[in-house]
Design a protein around this ligand. Sequence first.
Ligand code: ZN
Ligand code: ZN
Length: 376
Amino acid sequence: VNSGAVVHPGSERTRRLTTTLGEQEVDVLLVGTGVNLRYLTGFTGTHGLALIAAAGGGESGTAAHRFLTDFRYATQSAEQVPAEFEREIVAGSLLEAVPASLPAGGGRLGFDDASLTVGLHSQLQELLAGTWELVPCAGAVERLRAVKDAGELARIRAASELADEALQGVVEDGVVGRSERDVAIDLELRMRRLGAEAASFPSIVAAGAHGALPHAEPRAQEIPRDVLLTIDWGARLGGYCSDCTRTYATGAGIPAEASEVYELVLRAQEEVLAAVKVGPSGRELDGVARAVIELAGYGEHFGHGLGHGVGMEVHEGPRLSRTAGEEPLRAGNVVTIEPGVYLPGRLGVRIEDLVVVTEGAPEVLTSMSKALTVVS
Ligand code: ZN
Ligand code: ZN
């Protein structure tokens, strides 16, 4: 019988997390305010803390997990946080309430050593007074977040479609003669009007030689005719980001070198797309793009990694780069494939698609054409 009950996505995520905590011999994991907390509990407020028990909640029927927040979020947390969490409304510091919320007898308490400050760490150590050992656990939640569930994929698809629609509108209205800044603002406004919560990062609009800076900031300068124009943008919708880059020509009169570099980057990008699937590592895929670009003599001008995971954050795991690990890509990873060639003082080309890794050919979420397109 379909009871019609909606399973909280955080329930399954917390269950997956407790399995990995057991492997790390951690009894309880402390998760502070931020994206990881939202991922596990659905809580969107700005002051909360979760204690995830490795023994798990549910099976024994007891609410072993705890969720701490303050009175401002009493109603909101009751609506958002799943039932496996015993909620506590704390007056004062959430950290100071941790010892009393932990099981008696002590154990190993995991914490995120990538985000907890040295100051808070020593405060926590003092509060625990030797009963609980603090164990660095950075990446435990991020590793789960790297593999998206169906609901997350639907949100990223929707964010990507929205972002494409916004850029389509900007390009149709014309960009030549407008300032880079004006185009960036227009793009961000369109995304907001189409329903985005925000741009997923400050948009990059960079014409001509400015495009040789991979993270160029849009300038007040006008976009001229007959140059390359790089636009890197994304929307955040339903808490999930998109990320995409297109490089356009602002006239048929661009230098021959610009078209050559464009075709080279496109070839590298498409060779990687043909290789993206469950199995190869981010390092191997980076190597596929790099080999194409190096063979053409532009290796030193591809100075960044091939791509990155995208989800609740615009940059998350897995990484695709020369320094990435050998861990194979997994089904449900959402990654960008964005090789680029940057010739200082002359031009830059980057082409970026957002894709879902599957057992077979990847699902490409970006719908914008990649043929070198002349915009006016
Ligand atoms: Zn991007
Ligand atoms: Zn990117």
